[in-house]
Design a protein around this ligand. Structure first.
Ligand SMILES: [Zn+2]
Length: 396
């Protein structure tokens, strides 16, 4: 055993025991919130493995990490990326940050989304270093912050000074290659009324009644219209109202009501066009309804992903998968990820990872340790395939 060797269980437990809950807009950022401690832990380990590591704040106290392992072919590069944040752990029924192993599963917040895939990526890199001595092409391990609440880390990761040829994003895909997924667009819609004493409601404008018209428009017109917006792989676009708040107390006509809407978009749909479409609907409502005023803000956006399965990038990933697992399987997903962000920036990106999305964000999140071990071999073979392939695009 050399000094760098660590088992899948040990490494995954170390990552889960380092809480990195997305802090949203909290300040100051205190444990269990924030990605900085995990980035520091990763930086120490990766430097001890010989990587050149940069940790750079994207938001105050919230860094992205990039570790570079130089390859024999320095002109080609692959990035393995796993986001560093997790969702919150307040409602969990297991100790979120004291990892436990039971029946072959490791339990804890982030075990599945996405520290299991992250551990497998790190050990896949370690495997190539141990067995081959050197990387065939330059290999980057990257960890972006803020994936769960807007992907602001991923959006500032790729640039003129950092542009790998290919990205594999670690998310729980059940050891399949996800090549297409929906995007997400979120709006906050507010109706503005006029407050009045509830004993004389005719003197006010009830913002909750106004919002009721918006909700009816969404349910009766906007949602049914989505049935015809279909993608051959991803099915129909969807829309869902997630939250509503309004009013202050029973004896006041409410002056304000707010909802949050989640729209899952398809490859080819643009957020600007969708927002303009929603505004047009609400403008029509305003024209037909006395005293109706509203405000609509787009609050979050994740780009959709669509990569061809017969393209060179998918072929490199599937060849690596087939070598390690005996076969490669392509799937699609209704959820969004950093891969959509990278692909929109022109970086060919696919998703692969151990674990099931069914266990992500749950009260008793876990991952099968065996699946993480299998993924280690797949990431190692994807790296090796980068050395074998001759099909890099000329423009890369
Ligand atoms: Zn994730």
């Amino acid at each position: 055993m050399n000094t760098t060797s660590i088992s899948v269980t040990e490494l995954l437990a170390e990552l889960v025991a380092c809480p990195s809950v997305n802090p949203a807009d909290r300040w100051p950022i205190e444990p269990p919130f924030g990605e900085a401690r995990l980035a520091a832990l990763l930086a120490t380990r990766l430097r001890s493995w010989g990587a050149a590591v940069t940790v750079r704040d994207v938001l105050p106290g919230r860094p992205n990490l990039v570790a570079r392992f130089d390859g024999i072919n320095a002109r080609r590069s692959i990035m393995l990326e796993s986001h560093s944040d997790t969702v919150q752990a307040a409602d969990m029924t297991i100790p979120p940050f004291t990892p436990t192993v039971r029946d072959g599963r490791l339990y804890g917040r982030g075990a599945c989304d996405t520290k299991g895939p992250m551990a497998a990526m790190l050990l896949g890199i370690r495997k190539v270093l141990d067995e081959d001595g050197r990387m065939p092409v330059t290999v980057y391990f990257a960890s972006a912050c803020d994936e769960e609440l807007g992907a602001r880390g991923a959006r500032s990761l790729i640039g003129p000074d950092f542009r790998p040829d290919l990205a594999v994003v670690g998310e729980p895909t059940d050891l399949a290659i996800c090549h297409a997924h929906k995007g997400t667009l979120r709006w906050r819609i507010r109706t503005q009324g006029v407050a009045a004493h509830s004993s004389a409601p005719e003197r006010g404008v009830n913002a909750i009644y106004q919002m009721n018209r918006v909700l009816q428009c969404i349910e009766a017109e906007m949602i049914p219209a989505l049935r015809d917006r279909r993608h051959p792989l991803l099915g129909a676009a969807t829309m869902s109202v997630g939250t509503i708040t309004g009013g202050t107390q029973a004896n006041v006509v409410p002056a304000e009501c707010t909802i949050e809407v989640d729209r899952r978009l398809l490859p080819g749909e643009s957020r600007e066009a969708l927002t303009a479409e929603a505004r047009a609907k609400l403008d029509a409502l305003a024209a037909a309804t006395p005293a109706f005023t509203y405000a609509l803000d787009a609050t979050q956006y994740y780009e959709p992903l669509e990569m061809p399965t017969d393209g060179w990038a998918a072929q490199v990933v599937s060849a690596g998968c087939a070598r390690a697992l005996g076969a490669a399987r392509f799937v699609t997903a209704p959820w969004a990820s950093n891969a959509g962000v990278f692909a929109t920036q022109g970086l060919p990106s696919l998703l692969f990872g151990p674990g099931s999305i069914q266990q992500a964000h749950t009260k008793d999140e876990f991952i099968e340790v065996r699946a993480v071990e299998q993924a280690v071999g797949v990431y190692a073979e994807i790296i090796r395939e980068c050395g074998r392939t001759t099909s890099w695009p000329a423009s890369a």
